[in-house]
Design a protein around this ligand. Structure first.
Ligand SMILES: Nc1nc2c(ncn2[C@@H]2O[C@H](COP(=O)(O)OP(=O)(O)OP(=O)(O)O)[C@@H](O)[C@H]2O)c(=O)[nH]1
Length: 260
């Protein structure tokens, strides 16, 4: 099965081999955790097919990773720029006026940046920075800045993420926790799914005794429009393994997160 990728230029269309279902990446969850615990809420059980023109044969992985990747994300720019140009016209603007001439392309580039997480995989980001270490005390990295895009209104939500895990002989390069936040926040998201995806990724990376993630977010869709509550914050958490089962471990994590 093959599909062509339309890039809107006169260059020959590149033919991309779409993955067979059997070739799709599979997720090997940690055997020590109940698979049900690792379900990401709101994601389809069966692979979902893209509705993007030119990508009809492409399948999304059930954790929302795009299984088929275009040759480069930049090749999406012409189609995206055309869409933004149409949007400007729909607003009654003149897309040919001087100030707006480059806006469609700029906006397309910005959107590609806001969603660059689709183009990253956990394996690439970890870069083998998983180290054997006889350490079984809690590791917490807190207040990691996060910028994401609400999938309902396509406006930003932002905030901070705190991650804790209890190692079982394996530790993760500290920066990789922040990089994991980037993979999943730089996508169209809801905060609940983002929280769980981060926890699952840490579990997959180091198979710890438990993982805890707390996300505090400000949703611009609730601030700039809609209900217009400028001070509201949304707090979500995912507790896996010992953080779920042992209240003392959970309390220790929450105390560390809330301490100044
Ligand atoms: N649970 C959850 N809801 C979100 C998130 N981001 C946005 N929403 C909500 O998505 C909902 C969409 O509701 P709709 O009634 O379909 O859309 P709407 O008319 O724009 O809703 P209002 O925002 O209430 O004006 C709203 O309640 C948003 O607050 C998120 O990360 N998690």
């Amino acid at each position: 099965m093959s599909t062509s990728h339309q890039n809107g230029t006169s260059a020959p269309q590149e033919v991309v081999k779409a993955p067979r279902v059997a070739d799709l990446r599979t997720v090997s969850w940690s055997e020590s955790l109940d698979e049900k615990e690792l379900d990401v809420p709101g994601t389809p059980r069966a692979p979902r097919t893209s509705t993007t023109p030119g990508h009809e044969h492409c399948t999304f992985h059930h954790d929302m990773e795009l299984d088929h990747r275009p040759p480069t994300r930049e090749s999406l720019l012409p189609d995206m720029s055309r869409s933004y140009r149409l949007l400007l016209s729909s607003l009654g603007e003149d897309p040919d006026r001087q100030g707006l001439l480059k806006t469609p392309e700029r906006a397309a580039k910005a959107m590609l940046f806001f969603t660059k997480g689709y183009d990253q995989s956990l394996e690439e980001v970890l870069n083998d920075a998983v180290f054997d270490e006889d350490h079984d005390e809690m590791v917490v990295v807190k207040d990691i800045e996060m910028f994401s895009m609400c999938e309902h209104h396509l406006v930003p939500f932002y905030g901070k993420v705190s991650i804790g895990y209890l190692p079982k002989k394996k530790i993760l390069g500290l920066s990789k926790l922040a990089r994991i936040v980037e993979i999943f926040s730089r996508r169209l998201q809801v905060q609940e799914r983002l929280t769980k995806q981060i926890a699952i990724a840490v579990t997959k990376a180091v198979d710890p005794a438990g993982v805890a993630v707390v996300v505090e977010g400000v949703h611009m869709c609730m601030v700039m429009r809609g209900v217009q509550k400028i001070n509201s914050k949304t707090v979500t958490s995912t507790m896996l393994g010992v953080f779920r089962d042992d209240p003392k471990t959970r309390e220790e994590f929450l105390n560390l997160v809330h301490s100044k």
